[in-house]
Write a protein that binds this ligand. Structure first.
Ligand code: KG4
Ligand code: ZN
Length: 331
C-alpha cells in the first residue's frame, strides 16, 4: 500500500530528503549539509548552494530510499518546498520533484517551507494541541503567530529587518567564529557573563521584532574595544538581549491568546538557552512547551513530508512552482 510521503527540501543550504508516514513517524531521513562550503564566506553563498544541490540531490534521494529499504510502490506523493527561499536552490528541488513525479507517476505538491517548520514539532510523536502560540525562529524568519488549528494561522508579529538566526550568524562573523553562528555563539555564551548592556529593540512595542539595532550595537562595541574583547562576555550579553526580547513578547502573546501549546520551531529553536527560558515561561503559564527534537529544528525533509500530509488531508493542492516570498499563513 502507498502510505508514505517523500519530502524534498532545498530552500537554502541543505539538501534534505525525508520519508514520513501520516502519523509523523520518520521512516528515513538524509541531510546533505553544505556547511563546509559556506563556512569560508561566513554565510550562505546562493550560487554555490544551487550548484551543490544539483550534485547532491539524486544521491541523497537514493540514500534515503536505501537506508530503510523503501520501494517506490510505498510512496503516495512527493512534497517539495516551493518557497520561501533562494531561487536557485528552490529550482533544483522543484525540478527534481517534477521529474520524479512524471517518471514514477506520483503527484507532486508544492509546500510552504514555514509550514514544514511548524509541523517539525509533531515529528516522531504528536506533541501539539490547539489552539497554540507559535514562535518561528530560523535563519530567514522570526514570526510570532497564533494557530487555532493546523490550518488557521493568525500572524501576530514578525521581524522588520534581520531574523534572529541571521543576527546570530552576523555576530558570529564579527567575532570570527565561522558559520552557522548560532551553535558557536550559544556555546561561548554559556561560559560568559552578560555584563554589556546591549539594546533590547522594541521589547515593549507590540509583537514585531527588530534585530538590526542589536547587531549594530555589537559591531560598535567590538570597534570601540579592539584590545579588550572577551568573546564569551559579548556572546553572553548578546544572547541575553535576544532572549529577553523573545521571551517578553512570547509571554505577552500567550497571555493574550489562550493556548494549550507553545511551539518553538526553526534552527534557533536548537538553542539550549531559548529552550530553558521557554520551559520556565511555560511552567509559569501552565502551557505545554512543544519543541521538535534537536535534529528536526534545523531544515530537514521529514518536516516537509509531514506538512504534505496536511495538504492532502485538507485538499489543498499547490503546484510545485517557485514562490520566493511566502507568508506563514499561506499554503
Ligand atoms: O531553520 P534553519 O535551519 O534554516 C532556515 O530556514 O533559515 O535555521 C538556520 C539558523 C542559522 O541562522 C543558525 O545560526 C541558527 O539557525 N541556529 C541556531 C542554533 N542552531 C542553529 N541559533 C541559535 N542557537 C543554536 N543552537
Ligand atoms: Zn528553515
Amino acid at each position: 500500500m502507498s502510505n508514505l510521503i517523500l519530502g524534498i527540501e532545498t530552500s537554502c543550504d541543505d539538501t534534505a530528503i525525508g520519508i514520513v508516514d501520516e502519523h509523523g513517524n520518520v521512516i528515513s531521513s538524509v541531510i546533505s549539509s553544505q556547511i563546509d562550503i559556506h563556512n569560508q564566506f561566513g554565510g550562505v553563498y546562493p550560487e554555490f548552494a544551487a550548484r551543490e544541490h544539483i550534485l547532491s540531490i539524486i544521491p541523497t534521494i537514493d540514500e534515503t530510499f536505501k537506508k530503510s529499504n523503501i520501494q517506490l510502490s510505498d510512496i503516495k506523493a512527493i512534497g517539495v518546498t516551493r518557497g520561501p527561499g533562494l531561487i536557485g536552490s528552490l529550482l533544483v528541488g522543484i525540478n527534481t520533484a517534477i521529474g520524479l513525479g512524471i517518471s514514477w507517476n506520483k503527484p507532486v505538491i508544492g509546500i510552504n517551507h514555514l509550514r514544514g517548520h511548524i509541523r517539525s514539532a509533531d515529528l516522531e510523536m504528536k506533541r501539539v494541541n490547539y489552539p497554540a502560540t507559535i514562535l518561528l525562529v530560523s535563519g530567514g524568519h522570526t514570526i510570532l503567530a497564533y494557530m487555532k488549528s493546523v490550518t488557521e494561522i493568525e500572524i501576530l508579529g514578525s521581524t522588520k529587518d534581520d531574523s534572529v538566526g541571521e543576527t546570530y550568524d552576523k555576530v558570529a562573523r564579527m567575532l570570527d567564529l565561522g558559520y552557522p553562528g548560532g551553535p558557536i555563539v550559544d556555546k561561548l555564551a554559556k561560559d560568559g557573563k552578560a555584563t554589556i548592556p546591549f539594546p533590547k529593540p522594541i521589547i515593549n512595542e507590540g509583537f514585531d521584532f527588530s534585530f538590526s539595532g542589536l547587531k549594530s550595537a555589537v559591531a560598535r562595541y567590538i570597534e570601540k574595544n579592539p584590545d579588550n574583547i572577551c568573546k564569551n562576555t559579548i556572546a553572553a550579553s548578546f544572547v541575553q538581549s535576544v532572549l529577553d526580547v523573545i521571551i517578553t513578547k512570547s509571554r505577552k502573546a500567550l497571555l493574550l491568546n489562550p493556548s494549550k501549546s507553545f511551539i518553538i520551531v526553526g534552527g534557533v529553536a536548537a538553542s539550549p538557552q531559548i529552550r530553558e527560558q521557554a520551559q520556565i515561561l511555560c511552567d509559569e503559564l501552565n502551557v505545554e512547551l512543544c519543541l521538535p527534537p534537536l535534529k528536526w529544528s534545523t531544515d530537514n525533509g521529514a518536516m516537509i513530508a509531514l506538512a504534505t500530509w496536511d495538504y492532502i488531508k485538507y485538499g489543498i493542492h499547490k503546484e510545485p512552482k517557485v514562490q520566493l516570498r511566502l507568508p506563514l499563513n499561506e499554503f
